[in-house]
Design a protein around this ligand. Structure first.
Ligand SMILES: *Cc1c(COP(=O)(O)O)cnc(C)c1O
Length: 396
């Protein structure tokens, strides 16, 4: 019997019965010719919209010149991309890799290595938070504060502790002589769109200072302008020792990066960490063009304005809907918490041409591209208000 190609894949995703074949800006088309307004962006990846011209031009130019060389050589494009990132952030050094999980893995390794090789403290433990998401490698799924990503993968690596978010006493109690670092997302994204409270962040910064801990911020989803600043930690006026980026930094090309402070540089000597594909000429050209476009066009500022507009419209148009429990977020990462699971809302929105995604069972997550227009926002809010209103009627 001839099966469809789907049968040739491990069933690791519950896929929608839609095949998207073309994208432009905020819009996607499926193989049946249906058009969709994209408010999920491949999960916060296509921050400049689909097929952004500046990035496409840089990619096409690089495709004609050189695709891949080993990191045993200098790669001028990689150095240029790194300089662009260090010139525009609090970081001094960059390690390029291929995904968010790999960037976080590098961060965990760097924190351990700094304590063990530079400071000689021998510390190794990383404290992270309930409902966090840090990736799918064995180390990063262990750091992830959600049971569902850990099931069936025992034994998990040692050296990880999770505590409730915003619980100062529990966090303080978790710090021991083995603690090397605290790892946190500025807005818990997969965990339900929960921005970290500024007072709690200040508590963490002080705790790190007092105990000689490194602060690692996972900006894989919040980074690259998503929250209205280039990186979300800028909202908090803090400087992490290490932060990670992936999703939005490649406009859809698979890249990740770990960025760190000067004092950490010596912890990674030649041969201590690496990856074949990190920062290849192609990946570097894409990162450089993406970052240049985001900074040069003041895209984070636009994301802030669009986010305020979207939030205002949602608050207005969903006001009084008893099914809607909370609307929260930062910039263009917004969650609508509902009274019941929202999988059917996501499906119904898609049937009406709007792509959104869940964040945990009860939250509808909106992640439009950062150049989304007010008209596109109006259209998305109209569909959501319609779907949520029908849901309320059906429930009553
Ligand atoms: C998506 C995500 C990751 C994992 O990134 P991958 O590229 O899928 O490995 C890690 N942390 C956060 C906050 C994420 O949103």
């Amino acid at each position: 019997m001839i099966m469809s190609g789907e049968h040739s894949l491990f069933p690791t995703y519950g896929r929608y019965s839609v095949s998207l074949v073309k994208g432009e800006g905020s819009w996607l088309w499926d193989d049946q010719g249906n058009k969709y307004l994209d408010f999920m962006c491949g999960l916060a990846v296509t921050n400049l919209g689909h097929v952004p011209q500046t990035v496409k031009e840089a990619l096409v130019k690089q495709l004609d010149e050189l695709w891949h060389v080993s990191n045993l050589f200098h790669i001028p494009g990689q150095e240029a991309a790194a300089k662009l990132l260090t010139d525009n952030t609090c970081a001094d050094a960059v390690f390029f890799c291929n995904s968010g999980a790999e960037a976080n893995e590098a961060a965990i390794k760097l924190a351990r290595r700094y304590h063990q090789k530079v400071l000689g403290t021998g510390r190794y433990e990383v404290i992270s938070f309930h409902q966090s998401f840090h990736g799918r490698t064995l180390a990063t799924l262990t750091a992830t504060g959600q049971q569902k990503v850990k099931e069936g993968f025992l034994p998990l690596p040692a050296g990880f502790v999770t505590v409730p978010l915003h619980d100062e006493a529990a966090l303080k109690a978790a710090v021991s002589d083995n603690t090397a670092a605290i790892m946190i997302e500025m807005v818990q994204a997969e965990g339900g769109v929960h921005p970290v409270k500024p007072e709690f962040m200040q508590f963490i910064v002080k705790l790190c200072q007092d105990n000689g801990l490194l602060l690692i911020i996972d900006e894989v989803q919040t980074g690259m302008g998503r929250t209205g600043k280039l990186f979300a930690h800028e909202h908090y006026g803090i400087e992490p020792d290490i932060f990670t980026v992936a999703k939005g930094v490649g406009s859809g090309f698979p890249v990740g990066a770990m960025l760190g402070k000067e004092k950490l540089r010596e912890a990674f000597s030649a041969g201590s960490h690496g990856t074949t594909f990190g920062g290849t000429p192609i990946a570097s050209a894409v990162v450089k063009a993406t970052v240049e476009t985001i900074i040069g066009n003041k895209v984070p500022q636009r994301a802030l304005e669009a986010g305020n507009y979207l939030m205002g419209q949602l608050r207005e148009k969903l006001a009084g809907n008893p099914f809607v429990k909370d609307i929260r977020g930062l910039g263009l990462m917004i969650g609508i918490e509902c009274a019941e699971p929202v999988a059917d809302i996501v499906t119904e929105a898609r049937n009406r041409g709007l792509l959104v995604v869940t964040a945990g069972p009860d939250v509808v997550r909106l992640l439009p591209n950062l150049l989304v227009t007010n008209e596109e926002i109006d259209e998305a809010v109209r569909v959501l208000a319609e779907v949520l209103a029908e849901k309320t009627v059906a429930a009553s």
